[in-house]
Design a binder for this molecule. Structure first.
Ligand code: ATP
Ligand code: MG
Length: 355
């Protein structure tokens, strides 16, 4: 079976370290290993409009921001297809047919959508498009025959919903759609990176992010404001690791050589954590260590991004070329779907069937 990868991001802001560790780093790893037939990365502008209907400018501006972040992180347009969702109309048509295979109560049960509704304060005023975006995600995934979806944990219910739609479509109309699988980071803090305030997931919509384009002083200032253990007041106090954002970030981002480079008096996270727990290790020292690790990660991305941002027209040229390619693949899937459903009328009558 072919190995086809698809992921995407909503153009609602610049990308942050949660995206990097939850999804982009796996994409780059997969890309560089080269063990796949096709890789699609989608800028989900139509999905972003489901909760930004009155703010098209924000969505439009962030298409470039997200594309710049992709290229700066090392996604290579020679190896993967970076396209814009609304430029591929077959996705909208597929969504419409998929909607008939999903119940309202099933949509309302989706835990990620539930959480997002609460965060946005939608209650009864929820736009229908927002509630149904998991259906449009099913179209995005299946249009390309996707087998692997490398995403953060919040997307697990979406891939689950897609799998149910694939099952329903194939059993109703015939075997057309490919069953996808989510690939989620194994390390908990990577699969769902918490925001700097420790309140929820790091998310563009919540303003609790460290961005891949942040300047060094901004990164440092954000790291210093990270939520730790409120009862760890004096350095000598014993500290708590659970719910301590600084340690969650260290678990997510520490590399094999990080201690040797930036904190040689400790060998590994276990040593650092046990010192913190028994007391005698201050938050500032932990945060300075984290700051060094994040500065090292972000600096090359930020600098490459600045260079790319000087030629936005070249970035759009890449995106539009990829949109053409994505249209070919999605149109082919839609044609197969319509044939299986028996709504390919022209083909049907041209094939000698009676009017
Ligand atoms: P928005 O607030 O507009 O929903 P977002 O920050 O949640 O933005 P998305 O564009 O919805 O970002 O998500 C893009 C990808 O990044 C998805 O694969 C998602 O699972 C992953 N991702 C987003 N936030 C995190 C996070 N905090 N930790 C790990 N992965 C994340
Ligand atoms: Mg999101």
């Amino acid at each position: 079976m072919e190995k086809i990868i698809l992921t995407g991001d909503r153009p609602t802001g610049k990308l942050h370290i949660g995206h990097y560790i939850g999804s982009i780093s796996s994409r780059i790893k997969l890309q560089n290993e080269g063990d796949f037939d096709k890789m699609y990365i989608m800028i989900a502008d139509a999905q972003a409009l489901t909760d930004n209907a009155g703010n098209v400018q924000k969505v439009r501006d962030n298409i470039l921001n997200v594309a710049l972040d992709y290229l700066a992180c090392g996604l290579d347009p020679q190896k993967c297809c970076l396209f814009i969702q609304s430029e591929v109309p077959a996705l909208t048509e597929m969504t419409f047919y998929f909607s008939n295979l999903v119940t309202l109560s099933r949509l309302k049960r989706n835990p990620t959508v539930k959480e997002e509704i609460k965060l946005r304060g939608f209650e009864e005023s929820i736009p229908v498009g927002f509630l149904t975006y998991p259906i449009s995600q099913a179209a995005d995934i299946t249009a390309f025959g996707t087998t692997i979806v490398p995403v953060g944990e919040d997307q697990k219910p979406m891939v689950e919903q897609t799998r149910e739609i694939v099952k329903a479509f194939n059993s109703t109309y015939g075997q057309v759609l490919t069953m996808p699988e989510a690939v989620i980071p194994k390390i908990k803090s990577q699969a769902r990176l918490v925001g700097i305030d420790g309140k929820g997931k790091m998310s563009k919509s919540l303003g609790n992010c460290i961005y891949l384009s942040d300047e060094p002083e901004v990164i440092k200032q954000k790291v210093m404001s990270i939520y730790t253990d409120p009862d760890h007041i004096k350095v000598s106090d014993p500290g708590k690791i659970e719910g301590n954002v600084a340690f969650e970030y260290l678990d997510a981002f520490v590399k094999e050589d990080s201690f040797e480079k930036f904190l040689p008096e400790y060998k590994n996270m276990d040593e650092l954590k046990s010192h913190y727990k028994r007391g005698g290790l201050g938050d500032v020292k932990v945060k300075m260590f984290l700051n060094n690790i994040l500065q090292e990660l972000i600096a090359p991305i930020r600098e490459k991004r600045k260079a790319l941002a000087e030629h936005p027209e070249k970035v759009y040229e890449i995106l539009f070329r990829c949109c053409d390619e994505a249209n070919l693949a999605a149109n082919a899937t839609l044609a197969k779907m319509k044939k299986a459903m028996g709504i390919n009328y022209r083909e049907y009558f041209a094939g000698g069937n009676k009017f």
